[in-house]
Design a protein around this ligand. Structure first.
Ligand SMILES: Cc1cc2nc3c(=O)[nH]c(=O)nc-3n(C[C@H](O)[C@H](O)[C@H](O)COP(=O)(O)OP(=O)(O)OC[C@H]3O[C@@H](n4cnc5c(N)ncnc54)[C@H](O)[C@@H]3O)c2cc1C
Length: 416
């Protein structure tokens, strides 16, 4: 017997989980959302960080008007980076306004129940019986560390998501692996904290995004394409604003789009802060790492084939996140085995449902199906709307007094 029951349980209270809860809650579905709101942003991103996404592309999704980031902060302009604290505060305000209660716990396991549905066990020991589970655990479980660093003690090697406070590295030699925004910003914040960062990147050079322009002449708009939540360009606009289309593309194309849309690059506002306090080695491939007492020796191969050994007191792998259902320990082993996957990612229907009926995936895990926007906050409204609509249709059709399906929840047929 379970301790309680709920129509829907959402694991994770980040932008995707909160947006889904907001839609479900507005339409009267009994939903439990498990997790402290915006915990990953608050605990696993470095103090002093700014968002790379523009204000108009940093909103959680809700059918209620007035809930966008720019509603909360009307004066925030294009090109004005959002500090991490401001975004966490926005997410928590959104949660307080749209979701009646969140459970400050963790989902420990999701198991299949007989004859149908799921039993969700929380870190508090409570068990919840439900027909529907939305896995919205974000990027954290998918942190990727290069194989060369596997098995190293955490005193020597960590993933960038392990750090909120970089001042613990003051005075230390720290190697940062990667060439994306996370690597570049970690290196700069390490320098600000009095550490000696050495950025090591495979890419031949560091790429930087350009300053977005509030107004663009018509000719530039026609040639360069419209602005979207992922940047400018016709194709970029499609992937950002019509992610339902991506699902119909061949798998190889989808993978390429996810890889190539917004490739590793630094935000324009970070460029001047990456000064001579940060040593930068580009074109270096890591081939070996050896523990050397209190330090670590990294062997890299540069563009000329020369082997270079670098000593560091700590290595931070800012090497991203790779979705892989096999790493989702919260799903019981037999449930994981029932979820069909392609290259580790769950195969999803147009409504984000997996091959296990009633089990949905939102966020990064859905990028293989719906494309690059699922890696960003901007995709949360689309995902939440689709998931909630499907759950509502299954749970109880919503009728207005005129007998019509409520408009805000009409299926989004144009973007399928
Ligand atoms: C350093 C960094 C900077 C970024 N900057 C941007 C940016 O500027 N703009 C942008 O659009 N995107 C940015 N991203 C991507 C960002 O992570 C995603 O856009 C966004 O967080 C996706 O929301 P989510 O709800 O899927 O995941 P998350 O925000 O990660 O939320 C998932 C939540 O689930 C919780 N959780 C995990 N496991 C469990 C469990 N078992 N039980 C209960 N809860 C659990 C986590 O603690 C977390 O709070 C950035 C990512 C990183 C790492």
């Amino acid at each position: 017997m379970s301790d309680s029951a709920s129509d829907v349980v959402i694991a994770g209270a980040g932008p995707y989980g909160l947006s889904t809860a907001a839609y479900l809650n507005t339409f009267g579905i009994d939903v439990r959302i498990i997790g402290e709101p915006m915990r990953f942003w608050d605990a696993n991103m470095p103090v002093g960080m700014f968002l790379k996404s523009e204000p108009f592309a940093s909103s959680l999704g809700s059918p209620q008007p007035g809930m966008r980031f720019t509603d909360r902060h009307p004066g925030w302009r294009l090109g004005q980076p959002i500090p991490l604290d401001t975004f966490v505060e926005y997410g928590r305000w959104f949660a307080a306004e749209t979701v009646p209660a969140t459970d400050d716990a963790q989902v420990v396991t999701v198991e299949r129940a007989r004859p149908s549905g799921y039993v969700v066990t929380l870190s508090t020991g409570e068990t919840i019986a439900t027909r529907t589970v939305v896995v919205a655990v974000g990027v954290g479980p998918f942190a990727h560390v290069p194989g060369e660093l596997a098995g190293m003690p955490s005193s020597l090697v960590s993933h960038s998501s392990a750090h909120r406070d970089l001042t613990v590295f003051a005075g230390k030699e720290v190697a940062v692996l990667g060439a994306g925004q996370s690597a570049l910003e970690t290196a700069v914040l390490l320098a600000d904290a009095g550490a000696h960062p050495h950025l090591i990147a495979r890419r031949a050079e560091i790429d930087w995004n350009v300053v977005p322009k509030e107004r663009r002449p018509l000719r530039k708009r026609l040639l360069g394409g419209p602005r979207s939540g992922l940047g400018t360009g016709y194709r970029t606009w499609l992937w950002a604003e019509r992610p339902g289309i991506v699902r119909h593309l061949p798998e190889e194309t989808r993978r390429r789009i996810v890889r190539e849309t917004l490739p590793p690059a630094g935000a324009w506002w970070l460029r001047s802060r990456l000064d001579d306090r940060v040593r930068v080695s580009t074109g270096h491939h890591l081939v070996k790492a050896i523990e050397d007492g209190d330090a670590i020796a990294l062997t890299t191969v540069d563009r000329t084939g020369r082997r270079v050994v670098t000593e560091a007191e700590h290595v931070i792998a800012a090497t991203g996140y790779v979705p892989d259902v096999a790493r989702l320990d919260l799903l019981a082993a037999d449930l994981r085995a029932r979820v069909s996957t392609r290259v580790g990612a769950p195969v999803l229907t147009r409504d984000f449902e997996s091959s296990s009926s009633g089990l949905y995936f939102a966020g990064l895990a859905a990028a293989h199906t719906f494309g690059p926007v699922m890696r960003f906050v901007h995709g949360a409204d689309f995902a939440a709307r689709r998931i909630a609509h499907h759950i509502i249709r299954r749970t109880r059709p919503m009728r207005t007094p005129t007998g019509r399906l409520n408009e805000a929840m009409e299926p989004d047929r144009t973007h399928s």
